[in-house]
Design a protein around this ligand. Structure first.
Ligand code: PBG
Length: 332
């Protein structure tokens, strides 16, 4: 059959879109369960689960429930969980000592999960905000976030987490020199196999709002985090931060938030070719959930499409609160 029209049609890109089978064959990017890191919130108590109001479907787990959640995630094939602590307000101080307490809620959760589900990689967060009476990621002195004293504290925190059995340390504090200081301390303490996924390009973002509610830091924070987290207008600076953190000993790097920063993910992966991750943060999750709960969008489809976007942009993996739901859908 020739075209009834007077033009030649040699290229018909629709040919490769005509059936599910052919579409699947030519598909360039795929999301798999191996791409997922599941952030979970832990709190005191036993057999307790408490919903986070601003993140429908997300819970704060007592340690025993966190272990059960990690076991369920492992059964679904999820390779890693990332632990965030909800710290009792009475434990927050100016010096943030609770951050490196071997018995703090986060370190207890690491040990309990590694004991029960050893195949699960356990990632941590390194920043002082859950333990800081000022709500900042660093130590505050005279109204300023002091860099070098904070790094000393962060190194102690990193060592306590490594001692507890963490597989991946996640410094999210954005202080200068912390990756090198942690790497040296890990080597000296015989923790040479502990990996570091640096939050290298972390922006001062309003998308973290619901998370601060989840870890109980919302009321505490005085001011903003603009003297350490990056300006959302900057892109070259992100590449400089990645180069620096790799040089200082990071094994993997992260861009955060995710969706509004996919250009950064793409630049990082194409310029460095290193393991690149994105964090689909609390505000991104809350926006999708809110619209879905109102019936305005198909939440499940948007969840999958938003995550596929990270893969297409070049990410090797994504931290996402959707992880178990995605895993269930992928295995259905
Ligand atoms: C702590 C930290 C934050 C997040 C991860 N680690 C909050 C912040 O920097 O204020 C945000 C995660 C999310 O929004 O899901 N420094």
């Amino acid at each position: 059959m020739t075209s009834p029209h007077a033009f030649h049609m040699r290229q018909r890109p629709r040919r490769t879109r005509q059936s599910d089978a052919i579409r699947r064959l030519v598909c360039e990017s795929a999301l798999t369960v191996s791409d997922l890191i599941w952030p979970i919130f832990v709190r005191e108590g036993e057999n307790a689960e408490e919903p986070v109001a601003s993140m429908p479907g997300v819970m704060r787990f007592s340690v025993d429930r966190a272990v059960a959640a990690a076991q369920a995630a492992a059964d679904l094939g999820i390779p890693a969980v990332c632990i965030f602590p909800y710290t009792d307000p009475s434990l927050k101080t100016e010096a943030c000592e609770e951050a490196w307490n071997p018995e703090n809620i986060s370190n207890r959760a690491i040990r309990a999960i590694k004991a029960a589900v050893p195949q699960m990689a356990v990632m941590t967060d390194i920043a002082l905000d859950p333990y800081n009476i000022n709500g900042h990621d660093g130590i505050v002195k005279g109204g300023k976030i002091v860099n070098d004293e904070t790094v000393v504290a962060l190194v102690k925190m990193a060592l306590a987490q490594a001692e507890a059995g963490a597989d991946i340390l996640g410094p999210s504090d954005m202080m200068d020199g912390r990756i090198g200081a942690m790497r040296d301390a890990l080597e000296a303490a015989g923790h040479q196999d502990v990996t570091i996924m640096s939050y290298s390009a972390k922006y001062a973002s309003a998308y973290y709002g619901p998370f601060r509610d989840a870890v109980g830091a919302t009321g505490a924070l005085k001011g903003d985090k603009k003297t350490y987290q990056m300006d959302p207008g900057n892109s070259d600076e992100a590449l400089r931060m990645i180069a620096r953190d790799l040089e200082e000993g990071a094994d993997m790097v992260m861009v955060k938030p995710g969706q509004a920063y996919l250009d950064i993910c793409h630049r990082v992966k194409s310029e460095f070719g290193v393991p690149t991750f994105a964090y689909q943060v609390s505000g991104e999750y809350a926006m999708i959930e809110a619209a879905a709960l109102n019936g305005w969008i198909d939440g499940e489809k948007i969840m999958m499409e938003s995550l596929l976007g990270f893969k297409r942009a070049g990410c090797d993996g994504i931290l996402t609160y959707f992880a178990p739901r995605v895993a269930r859908l992928l295995s259905a």
